[in-house]
Design a binder for this molecule. Structure first.
Ligand SMILES: Cc1cc2nc3c(=O)[nH]c(=O)nc-3n(C[C@H](O)[C@H](O)[C@H](O)COP(=O)(O)OP(=O)(O)OC[C@H]3O[C@@H](n4cnc5c(N)ncnc54)[C@H](O)[C@@H]3O)c2cc1C
Length: 379
């Protein structure tokens, strides 16, 4: 196993590092959308966004290794998230893979510049894990589809311009075969967006009601009936994105700082727990490197993304549980400046709960690992 980088890769790393030293924004609120938008535009202008996307559509055209180095450097400096993360992780790649040339030219550049924000509409009140049971109906009427139905848990719908939405175009045959994906203008007549209040006080996701919403047929992604294939491949990217976005080194730093602040660094049980979590974080980092090596040699099993998502989101919950226990009764406080970074744990604890649900629950990931990675029989 060769873990060294080539001189060209080291030069690329130095370039990224130098650029970040000059351009990294002051840490602000993770919910400051204007700042996140500005940060995304800066990254794009520097050629560090849409890393693997073709240059002709505004992508950076980087190699997978350069992309990995870029991610490492962004993680190292705790760079903020970009505003259009969902579109960067899976909507853009789906359009690049399944879209017509006209769709790519129309939609890809404003995704990169954050001029158009995207939301994703898979889940419905009666179909979350069983996404293929989606009932939202799209019926062809001339050059349009007319869409009626409801989506739920739609992250950022309230600030989105476009909707990557799974609809049922046919009720014949299997439930998977009757699905299609539409690219819906969020400002279309007949869309009603209602925010859902979260346990942490925020309101990042919504219910989306669609009544006779007209979507031009030219905004269908892929063929009619290809929806299941498209969202399955988008979900692989979503799960890899979630797994890759978890910053164990940052969680470990917070944990050590909290242990120090609570004067518990001398406690043998605390030390053992921190060491155990640090070891597990390192194992996952190397598992990520192995997945990268596999993809460089084109022997990637796409379903490994389910295993990585399952392991990363479960482990990050262990970190936040440890943080909460270290704080004891103080753990109930949210955003208390006297408790930095301890004050972050309550929010982090709640957020980490959501991560084993978003993008498919842990149980669903276990099913995928059992059937698609380990080849176990379906019960
Ligand atoms: C932070 C966050 C953001 C989200 N953003 C979006 C978004 O932008 N767009 C979108 O479409 N959705 C979004 N979701 C919804 C998410 O995809 C669903 O919540 C998830 O797929 C689970 O569906 P459900 O909530 O209907 O639960 P259900 O499917 O009803 O599951 C309930 C329980 O049953 C278990 N279960 C279900 N089926 C099986 C099975 N076959 N085997 C074993 N156990 C099973 C589940 O694991 C779970 O514990 C988001 C969710 C969260 C938490």
């Amino acid at each position: 196993m060769d873990l060294s980088y080539t001189p060209a890769e080291e030069t690329f790393r130095a370039r990224v590092r130098g650029w970040l030293a000059e351009n990294l924004p002051e840490t602000g609120s993770p919910r400051d959308l204007a700042a996140m938008r500005a940060w995304q535009r800066k990254l794009h202008a520097a050629g560090f966004l849409g890393a693997a996307w073709p240059k002709e559509y505004g992508g950076a055209g980087l190699s997978p290794m350069e992309q990995a180095i870029l991610n490492e450097e962004l993680t190292r400096v705790r760079a903020p998230q970009v505003v259009n993360a969902m579109a960067i992780w899976w909507v853009g790649p789906a359009i690049i893979r399944y879209g017509t040339d006209a769709q790519k030219r129309r939609f890809i550049p404003p995704i990169l510049t954050a001029d158009e924000i995207w939301a994703t509409g898979y889940s419905e009140p009666s179909s979350g894990s069983d996404m293929a049971a989606a009932k939202t109906r799209a019926v062809r009427d001339g050059d349009d589809y007319v869409v009626n139905g409801q989506k739920i848990w739609t992250t950022l719908a309230h600030i989105s311009d476009w909707f990557f939405v799974l609809v049922r175009t046919s009720t014949d045959g299997t439930k998977w075969g009757g699905l299609s994906v539409l690219l819906m203008d969020m400002r279309s007549r007949g869309i009603d967006i209602r925010p859902i209040r979260q346990i942490d006080g925020g309101s990042e996701f919504n219910e989306v009601f669609m009544s006779d919403v007209r979507v031009p047929v030219e905004n269908r992604l892929g063929a009619e009936g290809q929806g299941w294939e498209i969202v399955s491949s988008a979900l692989v990217n979503e799960r890899s994105g979630i797994a890759g976005s978890i910053r164990f080194d940052q969680a470990l730093d917070w944990l050590k700082t909290t242990a120090r602040e609570q004067q518990k660094l001398g406690d043998r049980r605390v030390r053992q727990r921190v060491a155990d979590l640090a070891t597990k974080g390192a194992i996952l980092r190397w598992a990520g490197m192995r997945a990268l090596t596999d993809s460089l040699h084109e022997r990637m099993n796409p379903h490994l993304s389910a295993a990585m998502k399952l392991m990363s989101t479960s482990l990050v919950q262990e970190f936040s549980e440890a943080g909460m226990e270290l704080l004891g009764p103080w753990a109930a406080l949210m955003d208390d400046p006297r408790l930095a970074p301890g004050g972050r744990w309550a929010k982090q604890f709640l957020y980490d709960r959501a991560m084993t649900i978003a993008g498919g629950t842990s149980e669903v990931q276990r099913n995928i690992v059992a059937q698609r990675v380990l080849g176990l029989p379906r019960k």
